[in-house]
Every structure is written in structure tokens, then in C-alpha cells.
Design a protein around this ligand. Sequence first.
Ligand code: NAD
Ligand code: ZN
Length: 360
Amino acid sequence: MKFRNFKMVDYVVYGRGSFDQLEEIIAPHRQPSLPMVFLVDHFFANENGKWLTNRIPAINNDKIIFVDVTLEPKTSYVDKIAAELKSAFGNVSGVIGIGGGSAMDLAKAVALMMNNEGSSADYQGWDLVKKPGVYKVGVPTLSGTGAEVSRTCVLTGPTKKLGMNSDFTPFDQIVLDPTLTANAPHNQRFYTGMDCYIHCIESLEGTYLNEFSKSYGEKALELCRKVFVQKNSWDEECDDQLMMASYAGGMSIAYSQVGVAHAVSYGLGYLLGTKHGIGNCIVMNHLEDYYPEAVKEFKFMVEKNQIEIPKGLCAGLSEEQFETMINVSIGMKPLWENALGKDWEKIMTRSKLRALFEKL
Ligand code: NAD
Ligand code: ZN
């Protein structure tokens, strides 16, 4: 038995308004003439985002780049940003990602690519990154993905959708300020929040479960339930609780694994570009056979929070398209093994998976 020795985020600041401490936090990492680069979710690019962007401590030659997260991050986009920064400045003091999981993943990837040769696609996999990146900070504006604590940054490349998983990938610093999530649209907040709920279920009901994962998973699940089951309207406490749920849910899967919803949703995401949070919800809606109690609770939360979960995504797909999704999904071996045990291949056959995709 080999135990995972996992690298965590070095520094965490938590609290309402902690974002205003950002300059004090990053100041010791400023190097003469090299800028700090702020990769900010494009949602904040207009007037409505000024309440946040006006507080970004950009000084001297620092650069604010609004990143387009309409699609989930691509290796080509990471390479483009890194190449532009290299040609403009040589290198940078640090990269600060402000946004949802997509903007944070972009920041991690760009920070790594500032010090590594070639394309980010060369590093999609496990422990392929050769050198530490530049200083990197994550500032979530949506809660749920756990990207703030994970050792990966999920990227779609020319041949695969896979993260740069490495000990160099976690942020050096995260700033958890729940006030930054306050204005997120109701639907988006639910989809990303459900990513956390699903992390908890897949971790707690998986065969890889251990007391480390359980401790974090149970707490995160309790917080998700407070927010989406017990509360009748969104308030400040919900922002606080969901931010900590995201953190704890991420810590839970760091030492276990996700399961069926993620494995199937990766297939959808790869073929149809369905985004992570909503994709997980679309799949979870049909997982009664695997997580019966949780699916019942999930449906209750959908109804209570008045959310529409899209249906009929796979209607009219070709044989070849189904095959692609099945291949991507079935390739996620650790996820299946966690969910169904060592003999998972006997349980999750291609035809069963096909029948599941047909329902989505
Ligand atoms: P997202 O980052 O893709 O953003 C979703 C939408 O919300 C975007 O349109 C964005 O502009 C907008 N948005 C962000 N903050 C907002 C705010 N405060 N108010 C209003 N709108 C806001 O969504 P997500 O669910 O946070 O992240 C999904 C991404 O995270 C995917 O790319 C997925 O692959 C990745 N992910 C990474 C990990 C990891 O461990 N690295 C884990 C899970 C998911
Ligand atoms: Zn997830």
C-alpha cells in the first residue's frame, strides 16, 4: 500500500472583506520590474464588475487580463497568455486568478507555463510538470469546485481533457472572501454548489473512503445541506458556508476520489462542451441506481431552489459520438474503481453506460 503524500496550498486567508488584504499579502512576492498579473473572470469586465475590479491592487507595470471563460480552459488559451506575458515582460512576479473554477485553473496553468518549456498540452497528466511555476494566488468568486485547493487545473487539449496534476500545481496562497460570491446568478451558484455536493457524495460513498476524507466530506455535506436544503432564501451566511463547503469538499476528494457523476459528466464535457457544474447535475439526475438517497435529496434541492436541469442532450447523437463519450468516460478508471470497487468493469459495462448516456 502506497499512501499519498499530498501537497497543500501554503497560505489561506479567510473572511468577509479579506480581498482588501491582497496587496499586503502579495507585496513580499513582488520582484523588481516584473509585474503581478491578475487573470480576472470576464464577468467582471464591465461596469457591474467595478465594485471588485476597483479593489484589485494593480500598481506599476502590473497587468489585469480579463479571461474569457465562456468555454472551459483550453491548452491553446493557456499557451497564448503565457507567450504574450513572456514576450512583453520576460517573466512575471506572480499570477493571481480571480473568478470561478475556470479562471482559477487558468491562473494555475499560466503560472506553471511561465517557467516550463513547450505547450501546456505536454503536461496534461500526472506529475509531468518539471519546474515550479511562478508565485500563484487563487481568489474564488464562485464556490463549489474545490479548484482553490486541488493539485490540478483541468484543461482541454488537442487530444484530451485532463489536468496538469502535479505538486507544483496547488496555489501558494488562496484568498477566501465570501463577499465576492454574493452577486453570482442563482442558477450558476446552484450548479457550482452542486459540484461540491456531488464531490461529497462520491467521496463518502466511494470505496476509497478513509477517515481523512470522511472528516472533510461530512462537514462539507452538512454545509451544502444548510445552504440548499434548509435555507429558504440566499443570505450572507450561505456565501460563508458554501465557500467553506467548497474548501472542505476539495480536501475530501484530495484524499479519496470522485465517482460515477464525474466519470459520466467528463464524457459529456468532452463531446458536447457541457460545463462541469451543470454537466454533473445533468448526470446526477439519473443516478438512482448508484446513489439512491443522494439522488432523492438532489432532486429535492433542484425543486426547492427552482432550478431547471436540462434534459435530452444525447437525443440524436450518432453511434460514433456515443462511442466517443463512452471511451472518455470508461477511461476514468480510478473514478469507477472508487465508485464501484475493484470489479467495476463487470458492473459498468459499455452497454450499461450507453443506456445511461441515452437518458441524459
Ligand atoms: P466557471 O468558472 O466556469 O464560471 C461559470 C460562469 O460564472 C462564467 O460565466 C463566469 O464568468 C461566471 N462567474 C464567475 N464568478 C461569478 C460571480 N461572482 N458572479 C457572477 N458570475 C460569475 O464555473 P465554476 O463552476 O466555478 O468552474 C468550473 C470550472 O472549474 C471548469 O472549467 C472545471 O473544469 C473546473 N474545475 C476544476 C477543478 C479543479 O480541481 N481544478 C475542480 C472542479 C472543476
Ligand atoms: Zn467536480
